[in-house]
Design a protein around this ligand. Structure first.
Ligand SMILES: C[S@@+](CC[C@H](N)C(=O)[O-])C[C@H]1O[C@@H](n2cnc3c(N)ncnc32)[C@H](O)[C@@H]1O
Length: 201
């Protein structure tokens, strides 16, 4: 079974087994929207890590009038297929590239991104669920360690993590990044924090 959702000017089809945009998606989306507003929608190059159906990346492609490129990345082939479909439906295919990749493994270093967004899977790897829900702090740490090489000088990362992982992320990456909390929220049992992360200058 697949779903269709419409919001903020996007029409999205969600294929079976692809993550359905949920409360966590809308939390990070609000932070992305506020950040875009603060830049007057001047982002030119963006990357959506773990794009799922493409919701965050396509939203950025739609809203930023100066956008040159949005790269959408997922480890799941079904998600990439879904994101391509949604890019077509919304007339955004020409502004997007798609990568089937474990984090940055397959991402060329041909552009530097002004904005990188990631709504990662939260649960510690258990081995019997799947990558839409299994991730945890080490995935985020790995993501951030690599993301630094892909950021433009004014580049910003917006990522959503469980609050209980905040100190770990701060401590592990204190030499490289500054971390600002944009918003705290509750998702089922989990307290989440949406972070804005940028290079220590
Ligand atoms: C919580 S879903 C978020 C989907 C969508 N961005 C949203 O906000 O609704 C996490 C996504 O990350 C992808 N993912 C998990 N591990 C990944 C990895 N190592 N590299 C790239 N994508 C990954 C999953 O396949 C899934 O689509």
């Amino acid at each position: 079974m697949c779903f269709i959702i419409r919001f903020h000017g996007l029409k999205l089809i969600i294929l079976e087994d692809v993550y359905i945009p949920s409360e966590d998606t809308f939390q990070i989306l609000e932070c992305v929207e506020s950040y875009l507003k603060s830049t007057r929608y001047m982002v030119e190059y963006a990357l959506d890590m773990g794009c799922g159906c493409g919701v965050l990346g396509l939203y950025i492609a739609l809203k930023c009038r100066r956008i040159r490129l949005v790269d959408l990345v997922d480890i799941d082939p079904r998600a990439i297929q879904n994101a391509i479909l949604n890019a077509f439906i919304n007339g955004l295919r020409g502004k997007c590239r798609f990568y089937l990749s474990n984090l940055f493994e397959k991402i060329p270093m041909d552009v530097r991104y002004d904005l990188i967004v990631f709504n990662p899977p939260y649960l510690e790897p258990l081995g019997y669920l799947n990558h839409t829900v299994e991730g945890g702090p080490y995935l985020v740490k790995d993501f951030l360690e690599k993301a630094v090489y892909y950021m433009s000088d004014r580049g910003v990362i917006i990522v959503l993590i469980p609050k209980e992982n905040l100190n770990f992320i701060r401590k592990e990456l204190a030499d490289v990044f500054k971390v600002e909390i944009l918003r705290e929220s509750q998702f089922f049992e989990e307290k989440l924090v949406c972070l804005k992360i940028y290079r220590v200058s």
